[in-house]
Design a protein around this ligand. Structure first.
Ligand SMILES: Nc1ncnc2c1ncn2[C@@H]1O[C@H](COP(=O)(O)OP(=O)(O)O)[C@@H](O)[C@H]1O
Ligand SMILES: [Mg+2]
Length: 255
């Protein structure tokens, strides 16, 4: 079943068309990867979905609910959360506090309840339990009281993922979760992404450069080059697509 539907999406920055008439459908319960050479427009697609950039044209919807004009600070209420290409944690907050920041979707007290200490206590307790559960899954329990800026890079990446999971999203957008990781850490990251799909039942839209990760995890792969979709399908099919090989060879020549 279609969860996220992107139709005829175009994003322009001045004279540059970063995303060019993109159609893409992410099915519920899948890991869907968006790949392509540097500058292909992948992060811009994430920014358009989350309202960070305004599309020139086209539409984005989740479960049929139009997200095209939703503001970034409200996107979480619609069941969408994300991580960033360069890790974004609040360095001078603890890991626990970083997780709390992701939670605001679920705590819904009305104005009256706000003044009832027991209601507030219950809401805080619920948030704490959720954070514990997520920290446990990510192996972060022993770090809950550390400043997020003081823990290793991999752990910071996990905090960011944890924060994105706190809101119990329908879909989580992960921008290069394996970038900068060692081989062992990459394996760990793969397990985590698989667990998000299989155990937490959250759909994953993944941007990733590590082809082994993409081919191993994805149900579907969409390939972009210069803002346009050039291929889409099962990983084994996309991998052998001539257009895809050509796009990636071009990238290597530049390097
Ligand atoms: N905020 C912005 N302002 C101007 N140009 C941008 C902006 N964001 C991205 N771009 C340009 O859009 C193109 C696509 O970028 P991006 O989406 O980051 O690619 P990718 O994530 O696939 O590497 C690039 O040419 C990039 O320089
Ligand atoms: Mg990018």
């Amino acid at each position: 079943m279609a969860l996220l539907e992107i139709k005829n999406l175009t994003v322009k920055f001045g004279g540059l068309t970063a995303v060019d008439n993109l159609d893409m459908t992410v099915s519920e319960g899948t890991i869907h990867s968006l790949i392509g050479p540097n500058g292909a427009g992948k992060t811009t697609v994430f920014n358009a979905i989350t309202g960070v950039v305004r599309p020139h044209s086209g539409s984005i919807s989740l479960n049929g609910v139009d997200l095209t004009h939703v503001k970034p600070h409200r996107i979480i209420e619609f069941g969408v959360s994300r991580t960033f290409q360069s890790v974004v944690v609040f360095k001078y907050l603890t890991v626990l506090e970083n997780l709390y920041i992701g939670y605001h979707r679920a705590v819904k007290l009305n104005l009256f309840e706000e003044f009832l200490p027991e209601k507030r206590k219950a809401a805080t307790w619920e948030m704490y339990l959720k954070a514990l559960q997520i920290a446990d899954f990510l192996g972060l329990k022993s770090r809950l009281l550390s400043y997020a800026g003081s823990i290793p890079y991999m752990a910071q990446k996990l905090v960011e993922i944890g924060r994105a999971l706190m809101s119990e999203p329908k879909i989580v957008l992960l921008d290069e979760p394996a970038a900068g990781l060692t081989d062992t850490e990459t394996e760990q990251m793969k397990e985590i992404i698989r667990h998000i799909k299989e155990e937490m039942k959250i759909t994953v839209l993944l941007v990733e450069h590590d082809m082994e990760v993409v081919m191993n995890l994805s149900d579907t792969v969409t390939v972009m080059d210069f803002g346009k979709k050039i291929s889409e399908g099962r990983p084994e099919v996309v991998k052998n697509d001539k257009e895809v090989i050509k796009a990636y060879l071009g990238e290597n020549e530049d390097a």
